[in-house]
Write a protein that binds this ligand. Structure first.
Ligand code: NAP
Ligand code: F7E
Length: 347
């Protein structure tokens, strides 16, 4: 049985990857952080499944704490390590640039060093997936592909570029098996509620059910290449199954604006987005990434990977999910259980 170690297992991608690897028969280990509130919600279903539960192991650790990383890697002895842990919110990275760099850039370096020490001590192969991002392309004109020069536009993106180069440098310097996945935006019903797609679909459900009046947003003109997270975790795994390590762009090859997403999501429940959306200047970023459109030719040709879920299907999946959530919130409100109502999304 192969063993995988995932940083960021409690995040959107971590949860889909966990299910994907368990389904393939892996023993899955995840690094979790201690939180003051319950933060295992996305892997709750796996934890409650008696069969899968026995294949899953959680370890307290942190990308800012090299001692914990070394200890976990030596104890687990993984075959594959997926580095998904990050302060992944672009806007928040302008408010916490130093912390973002510590987790995203230096955290990657700490993990690579921990694996390198493990390999030299135990003389075994460990393959590493490094979660790169289309944000690294930033202001570079579309379409962006593996050969496109990076032009990062936020502290988050700069930190991801550093992570990318650390990974490449360790591959070239020490012959380690490390791949950089350069993933364009990928969403799902498990997407964090402060990212624009989920912020919109949560609002659509609540507005439809009379629980919310307005949705405040920032720049509606930005264009993104949005895919489904469930499809993208398969690409991560495929990258680690090649004979030799190479980097890949993962994208759909189709871009839409935030305004397009709004239209699609509100019209799904027969509402006109213009009646509900207002612009809040606080939600604009100090520097914006205007247009991301990935060219997935390489991964299609070499790994035979293609996205299965279209933009329209993705929006429908997210709206359906969040409309259902809003109906449940409404039912709880009607019986006086107001503490079940969620707060306002500020991101
Ligand atoms: P996410 O939902 O924000 O999850 C981030 C994960 O990182 C969470 O499990 C979080 O733990 C963990 N984490 C945060 N700080 C940490 C620290 N100091 N030490 C250890 N773990 C820490 O992100 P995602 O959307 O799943 O994305 C996964 C990875 O892909 C991230 O590296 C992200 O930057 C990158 N990426 C995402 C996209 C996308 O569109 N989703 C595209 C390109 C690249 P808690 O639950 O405790 O907060
Ligand atoms: O913003 C605009 C915003 O926060 C998308 C992360 O997973 O993908 C993600 O980063 C666009 C931007 O994602 C609001 O200005 C308008 O142009 O959903 P987002 P992101 O910044 O693209 C990349 C690939 C990652 O790697 C990151 O980890 O939408 N926008 N109004 C807004 N965005 C937010 N969050 N909230 C708004 O109210």
């Amino acid at each position: 049985m192969k063993k995988a170690l995932i940083t960021g297992i409690t995040g959107q991608d971590g949860s889909y990857l966990t299910e994907f690897l368990l389904d393939k028969g892996y023993e899955v280990h995840g690094i979790i952080r201690r939180g003051s509130t319950y933060n295992l919600g996305r892997i709750d279903a796996v934890l409650k499944n008696p069969k899968l539960y026995l294949q899953l192991y959680l370890h307290y650790g942190d990308l800012t704490d090299s001692t914990s990383l070394r200890k976990i890697i030596d104890e687990v002895r993984p075959d594959e390590v997926y580095n998904l842990g990050a302060q992944s919110h672009v806007k928040v990275s302008f408010d916490t640039p130093e912390y973002t760099a510590d987790v995203v850039a230096i955290g990657t370096l700490r993990l690579l060093e921990a694996v390198r020490a493990h390999i030299s001590m135990f003389n075994r192969e460990v393959r590493i997936y490094q979660a790169g991002s289309s944000e690294m392309f930033g202001a570079a004109p579309p379409p962006q592909r593996e050969s496109t020069e990076f032009y990062p536009r936020s502290p988050y993106a700069v930190s991801k570029v550093a992570g990318y180069w650390y990974a490449k440098n360790y591959r070239e310097s020490y012959g380690m098996y490390i791949v950089n996945g350069i993933l364009f935006n990928h969403e799902s019903p498990r997407r964090g509620e402060t990212f624009v797609t989920r912020k919109i679909t949560r609002a659509v459900g609540r507005i439809k059910e009379g629980l919310q009046d307005k949705l405040f947003l920032g720049n509606l003109d930005a264009k993104r290449d949005w895919g489904f997270a469930g499809d993208y975790v398969e690409a991560m795994w495929l990258m680690l199954q090649q004979e030799s390590p190479e980097d890949f762009v993962v994208a759909t090859g189709v871009a839409h604006s935030v305004r397009d997403f709004l239209k699609e999501a509100f019209s799904y429940v027969n509402l006109n987005w213009e009646d509900y959306v207002e612009i809040d200047p606080k939600l604009f970023r100090p520097a914006e990434v205007d247009y991301l459109l990935g060219d997935p030719t390489k991964i299609k040709e070499k790994l035979n990977w293609e996205p299965k879920v279209s933009f329209k299907e993705l929006v429908a999946m997210m709206v359906e999910h969040d409309w259902e959530l809003a109906k449940r919130e409404k039912a709880l409100k009607e019986v006086g259980y107001t503490s079940a109502l969620r707060g306002v999304t500020i991101g």
